[in-house]
Ligand binder design. Structure first.
Ligand code: CTP
Length: 225
């Protein structure tokens, strides 16, 4: 399986989970890492698609690849499954919300004197869904790279996610370190592969990080034969 002959699906940005017509739960992901990855992916394969949550439109202005906007984690799951085919590489840099409000009010919730309690339920885990589909349909020509944004026990959690989400590779960033993580122009990554390798990338621009991640994916694909 060659990267140049594969479809590359990149996801990026946050998702939004609305609880009334004007308010939502989200996170601080800017989508910059996703855009950098999609830009690099397109240099390798013209069949690149970038599925993104709500991000600054300026970041994807005039991009030559297809951009698919989504809003909620459920939308993101549907869009990823719609694009999944063989051979393909899925680079899951999005930061989907893990919880969504149980109820969405049709009207603006008015304030009262007491506290506001919003009950939330779990959203689907997209990578676990992909792993199940790969297994049940016997899809072998799919390579999946996940991301882990952690603040404590970083390597332990990343390796756990590599296994529990059946990934081929996971890119860890310690978001508590300056120069790494959300809404910055640089990142510091450690890549772990299913084959047991550990590759450290120094602090560098998100573009350079993306280039290195694509290079590691290419190496991973070549090891598959
Ligand atoms: N991810 C996913 N579906 C979700 C949440 C996350 O597919 N509902 C993906 C992310 O895109 C990322 C990886 O799973 O590639 C790890 O995401 P992260 O937010 O670090 O971990 P979670 O699985 O959400 O676990 P936790 O929040 O407990 O750390």
């Amino acid at each position: 399986m060659l990267l140049t002959q594969s479809k590359i699906i990149v996801t990026g940005g946050p998702t939004r989970e609305w609880f009334d017509p004007i308010r939502y739960i989200s996170n601080a992901s800017s989508g910059k890492m996703g855009v950098a990855l999609a830009d690099e992916a397109y240099k390798k394969s013209r069949d690149t698609v970038f599925i993104h949550g709500p991000i600054n439109e300026y970041y994807i202005m005039d991009r030559p690849y297809r951009c698919v906007p989504v809003e909620s984690t459920a939308d993101l799951l549907a869009a990823v499954l719609a694009e999944l085919s063989e051979p393909c590489v899925l680079i899951m840099a999005a930061a989907p919300a893990d919880y969504t409000p149980v109820a969405r009010s049709g009207e603006k919730i008015k304030k009262s004197d007491g506290d506001l309690v919003i009950t939330m339920k779990r959203t689907p885990d997209i990578l676990k869904n992909v792993a199940e589909i790969r297994k049940s349909r016997g899809l072998v020509d799919i390579f999946v790279a996940g991301f882990a944004a952690e603040t404590i026990n970083t390597e332990e959690y990343a390796v756990k996610k590599l296994k529990s989400k059946s990934l081929d590779m996971i890119c860890l960033n310690d978001v508590s370190v300056e120069g790494a993580g959300f809404n910055t122009d640089t990142n510091i990554m450690t890549i772990f592969t299913a084959a047991g390798e550990r590759i450290e990338l120094p602090m560098q621009s998100k573009n350079l990080v993306a280039e290195n991640i694509l290079r590691q994916i290419e190496i991973g694909l070549s090891q598959r034969g």
